[in-house]
Ligand binder design. Structure first.
Ligand code: HEC
Ligand SMILES: [Cu+2]
Length: 318
């Protein structure tokens, strides 16, 4: 359809618009059909008209089957179509560029993998899949880029993700679309899509610490290393190679050390205790903000497999 509309600036936009158009057309056709019959009946059977008002007989199997099966097939068709699209929308490609987003009343804070940070702005490369890992410092917000046709709630205490591939260079509006307090309407940002070479230049135009470096700094400053570095005298699990591995807990269950688990281990260490350890780790809730937690997780993820000498625990985990 050639209706005036927002730019289709991501790889999702055309497929989402097709689906939307199809549903508008389908609903329109049904509505027109229903209203046409209604108005026709009103005219034919108006008071005083000579229409035949005898009670119609016989069941008409053909018609009943048609009006049951056709809508049924249409609905199932739409369901199958939207599920395919949904799965695609929910599955970031493995080679995506990961960018962290922390929402806060009333701003968007962005952390790039190479260390650059920005507020109320998001620079992304053109034509490359980008995955956003998002959380909130306070209330529920919602990250919404209409030109990309993507929207996702950003929830405190939880990581939600979103991915897209920008297909058009330029600036696009970012909104918060979940009412989040007084200045909700001003919680705006600009998404700038840059051709790959401009993006690379933009990234290095300011030198900053990477999340891993910042995470290591916090890990030392906040005393984590005093317990967790392999050479420390205190009995605490070695975090080398922990990321995404199964962890045996003292209640006999096994969990995966994903981002959510690591966050919980830092904020509520007492809620899941690693098998064979005593719960001596203090909570870091209110002592480190969401950006700090993301940096700590980035650091833990970066310290890959344990150096052979320090692999006492992880190897016995499975
Ligand atoms: C007083 C010592 C101590 C300090 C300080 C400490 N931890 Fe811990 N940590 C432990 C112990 C003991 C465990 C295992 C028991 C448990 O699960 O609570 C643990 C568990 C963990 C786990 C789960 C490990 C696994 O194998 O599943 C993570 C992740 C973690 N800590 C990260 C941190 C971070 C990040 C910090 C700093 C912000 C920190 N710890 C500070 C002692 C400590
Ligand atoms: Cu908001």
């Amino acid at each position: 359809m050639s209706v005036v509309r927002l730019p289709q600036a991501s790889s999702f936009a055309p497929s989402i618009d097709h689906m939307f158009d199809a549903m508008v057309i389908l609903c329109g056709v049904v509505a027109i059909g229903v209203f046409a019959v209604m108005i026709g009946m009103c005219i034919v059977y108006r008071r005083g008209s000579k229409a035949d008002r005898s009670i119609p007989v016989a069941q008409q199997m053909g018609i009943e089957l048609a009006w049951t099966l056709i809508p049924f097939l249409l609905f199932v068709g739409i369901f199958a179509w939207s599920i395919r699209l949904w799965v695609h929308l929910r599955s970031p490609p493995a080679d995506s560029l990961t960018i962290y987003v922390v929402a806060k009343q009333w701003m968007w804070k962005v952390q790039h993998p190479d260390g650059r940070r920005e507020i109320d702005a998001l620079h992304v490369p053109l034509g490359k899949p980008v995955r956003l890992i998002m959380t909130s410092e306070d209330v529920v917000h919602s990250f919404y880029i209409p030109a990309f046709r993507i929207k996702q709630d950003v929830v405190p205490g939880r990581y939600t993700q979103l991915w897209f591939k920008a297909t058009q260079a330029g600036n696009f509006q970012l909104y918060c679309s979940e009412y989040c307090g007084t200045n909700h309407a001003a919680m705006l940002g600009t998404v700038s899509v840059l051709p790959a070479s401009d993006y690379a230049r933009w990234l290095v135009s300011v030198t900053a610490m990477t999340p891993e470096q910042r995470g290591r700094q916090l890990f030392v400053q906040m005393g984590c290393s005093g317990c967790h570095d392999p050479q420390s005298g205190i009995r605490a699990p070695d975090l080398h190679g922990l990321y995404n591995m199964p962890v045996h807990l003292n209640d006999g269950t096994v969990v995966q050390a994903d981002d959510a688990y690591l966050r919980e281990s830092i904020v509520f260490p007492a809620s899941k205790i690693v098998q064979g350890y005593t719960p001596i780790m203090p909570t870091y809730q209110h002592r480190v903000d969401e950006e700090g937690i993301l940096a700590l997780i980035a650091y833990i993820r970066s310290i890959g497999p344990a150096p052979p000498a320090a692999s006492q625990d992880r190897s016995s985990h499975d």
